[in-house]
Design a binder for this molecule. Structure first.
Ligand code: CMP
Length: 142
């Protein structure tokens, strides 16, 4: 099934100048960028995006990290895009991420873990709406 998912290249990976290397991983996995924007998240935006983690002990650190520099946000489209993106990213904690995954290769810690990806169809739909209007999602030429 063709799906869409949100991917965020986090401030640590943008600072390391590996946006292109991460895009290469997406493309090699058959994922296609159908919308993208580089942005500096405000405190308000980061808090709202991660509202689901509000009660977690890492919430404040997460918000300050996500606002510490620009992020690259993209919608990825492809067969089983949600699961495929999660596979390419590797485990949340880079220490547990499989070799060859984005987090194993580019992330330093569970807090600064290079990328975010939607975890389910419902959250993917919400997260896409959070960042993009329908008009900004570019239909693929067949
Ligand atoms: P992400 O997929 O962006 O979703 C929430 C983020 O919180 C997660 O990646 C991690 O970078 C960060 N985080 C920090 N500590 C934890 C933890 N114990 N469990 C899950 N996420 C954590």
């Amino acid at each position: 099934m063709t799906e869409r998912t949100i991917s965020i290249i986090k401030p640590d990976a943008v600072a390391k100048n590996v946006i292109g290397q991460i895009y290469d991983r997406f493309e090699k996995a058959g994922l296609r960028v159908v919308a993208a924007k580089m942005m500096q998240l405000s405190d308000e935006q980061a808090k709202a995006f991660y509202a689901v983690h509000q009660a977690r002990p890492f919430y404040n650190d997460l918000v300050s990290f996500m606002t510490s520099g620009p992020v690259m946000v993209q919608v990825l489209e492809g067969e089983n895009a949600i699961a495929k993106n999660r596979e390419v990213m590797g485990a949340t904690n880079p220490a547990e991420a499989a070799p060859g995954t984005i987090r194993a290769d580019f992330a330093a810690s569970i807090d600064e873990n290079a990328v975010h990806g939607s975890d389910a169809p419902e959250t993917a739909a919400e997260e896409i709406k959070f960042f993009f209007t329908d008009a900004e999602l570019c239909a693929r030429k067949r």
